[in-house]
Design a protein around this ligand. Structure first.
Ligand code: G4P
Length: 530
């Protein structure tokens, strides 16, 4: 038992979120460099290696410059075993990010110092705040001209409604970027050549009151730093680990992932401030990885056809307690059956590798013969508890979908159902017709593109998408209601989900109220149940 708890205590499982191009991949790569997992930076994702991406449909990511899938990386550093969860970098995939965050104990938000919080990522970052997990901010690209540091912090606080606490402070930016000032240690960390970020480079620590400081920065820069520190000490929130744990205060770090400046400092501080795997809610109370000896995990992501050659389906699970052994049997709570967890794998950038053992805090991908759903619990505990489910977001965009070639009906239905099971889209039908008309709902419009692309590339089906004007969806809670007699507004449409549950679509928000007024006793809900 103690070996298992020791292993779990070492785990640090976090997600990295960022706007596309802010430097998430570069930062991850530098973490691997410091962790000794790669010898030279540039081997995870240079433009040259990008061709060997995990799946062919990642081409859409390359074409559009966005990341649609998530993957997991594991490496060791300073006695910790680190699991990094990658997330899509566009807010149209914020639901996917939310699911990934469910599997993480904390999040790192990478922000481009010249841009601040960008419009496309606002929603994405907000889902991070919604999860109430610790959020750490890394302000990247300090080697380029940056926005005013105070303005950057203000931007984060205003946009995300979370307080910030700079742990260090940048000394200059662009060509004048010298290093960072550690507020706690009251010392300056000066960075030297890292051969364009390919090596860890030399870091010199020097106290601010050391006269030697003057040989490393010009008098103006020093004066500005002193002024900023004074202002900062008076104005910014004090570091408070409790508030960090609740996700109400974000520790902020500055650096440049490209040149490695500030990366290791950030990693070291972050690992101390973030948490080891925490207890999770279940229907039998909280399950604590430090006391629960049996294996338990929940599925947070399902993905089919990651590898075109195999056409397999992988269920990604976050292990919450105990030890995992390859090929072990466990009970699938929602399926009510024992299952063998076979072909366990972990991702290492673009490669997958088979694993033998894993522990609470780790993420594994298991071969899924089509039995798992997002949110499902798998455990060897005789208690048979189920972890709290993962909410689905209400779709905001709708389209009618048809296949071009009517002969391909079977592939079309199979493909669209599988993609829906992954949670990438939600499918509905007209209330009074059969499967002829399929209505697809998505949280972000880019998901329509992914659907189109995947149906063509993975199932050989071309589709026509006809966008519908609806923006609001409501599930009818009192299902006994007579749908034929329900009277709504002219912009309302009656549909049903795959479980035959009735729903309503509306163009205008005010129509929801009018419909409620016209139909006494009608109860509507914004959230679907799985
Ligand atoms: P992402 O995963 O968040 O989308 O960003 P990624 O790391 O791929 O970085 C996007 C671009 O920004 C890359 O340039 C990368 O080299 C650059 N970059 C990352 N961190 C820094 C930094 O600290 N300073 C500067 N100046 N640039 C940084 P690219 O030209 O698109 O790609 P590449 O040809 O350099 O690989």
């Amino acid at each position: 038992m103690s070996k298992i708890t020791d292993e779990i205590k070492k785990r640090r499982t976090f997600a990295i979120i960022s706007h596309p191009d802010a430097g998430k991949t570069t930062l991850t790569e530098k973490f691997l460099l410091y962790g000794g997992a790669i010898n030279q930076a540039g081997s995870v994702k240079g433009k040259a290696t990008a061709k060997h991406a995990v799946s062919d449909w990642m081409e859409i990511e390359k074409e559009r410059g966005i990341s649609v899938t998530s993957s997991v990386l594991q490496f060791n550093y300073g006695g910790y075993c680190i699991n990094i969860l990658d997330t899509p970098g566009h807010q149209d995939f914020s639901e996917d990010t939310y699911r990934t965050l469910m599997a993480a104990d904390s999040a790192v938000m990478v922000i481009d110092a010249s841009k601040g919080v960008e419009a496309q990522t606002r929603k994405l970052f907000k889902v991070c705040v919604m999860r109430h997990i610790p959020i750490f901010t890394f302000i990247n690209k300090m080697d380029r001209e940056a926005m005013d540091t105070f303005e950057l912090l203000d931007d984060i606080e205003k946009e995300l409604g979370i307080a910030t606490c700079p742990v260090n402070w940048p000394i200059g930016s662009g060509k004048a970027f010298r290093g960072v000032y550690d507020r706690n240690e009251e010392e300056i960390e000066l960075f030297f050549d890292t051969k364009k970020g390919t090596t860890t480079g030399e870091v010199k620590k020097i106290r601010l009151d050391d006269p030697d400081v003057d040989s490393y920065m010009d008098p103006d820069q020093k004066e500005q730093l002193l002024g900023e520190i004074e202002l900062l000490d008076g104005a910014s929130a004090e570091f408070d680990q409790d508030l960090v744990d609740k996700g109400e205060l974000s520790p902020v770090f500055f650096g440049s992932a490209l040149t490695n400046f500030g990366v290791e400092t950030f990693l070291q501080h972050f690992l101390k401030m973030t948490t080891s795997p925490l207890p999770r809610h279940s229907d039998k109370g909280d399950i604590d990885p430090m006391t629960e000896k049996d294996f338990s995990a929940f599925v947070f992501k399902i993905q089919a056809n990651m590898n075109k050659a195999h056409r397999d389906r992988i269920a990604f699970m976050r292990i919450c307690s105990g030890e995992f052994d390859a090929g072990m049997d466990a009970f699938h709570i929602q399926g009510g059956k024992k299952v063998r967890l076979s072909q366990p794998q972990q991702m290492m950038a673009s490669e997958r590798k088979m694993i033998e053992k894993a522990y609470g805090g780790d993420i594994i991908g298991i071969f899924d013969p089509g039995i798992f759903s997002i949110g499902d619990t798998i455990t060897t505990s005789p208690e048979k508890f189920a972890y709290e489910g993962i909410p689905t977001f209400a779709p905001e965009h709708f389209a009618r979908v048809r296949q071009v070639d009517t002969m391909k009906r079977k592939q079309f239905i199979k493909g669209i159902n599988q993609i829906a099971q992954e949670g990438a889209i939600q499918i509905f039908q007209e209330f009074n017709t059969g499967m002829e008309e399929i209505i697809v709902g998505v949280v972000g419009v880019l998901q329509f593109d992914v659907l189109k692309y995947r149906l063509k590339n993975e199932y050989g089906v071309d589709i026509i998408l006809e966008t519908l004007p609806y923006e609001h969806i409501r599930w009818i809670e009192n299902e006994e209601i007579d749908m034929d007699r329900l009277t709504g507004t002219s912009d309302m449409k009656k549909i049903k989900d795959l479980k035959e549950r009735p729903l309503l679509l509306f163009v205008h928000e005010w129509s929801i109220r009018m419909t409620l007024e016209r139909n006494e006793g009608l109860k509507l809900s914004e959230f679907g149940r799985s």
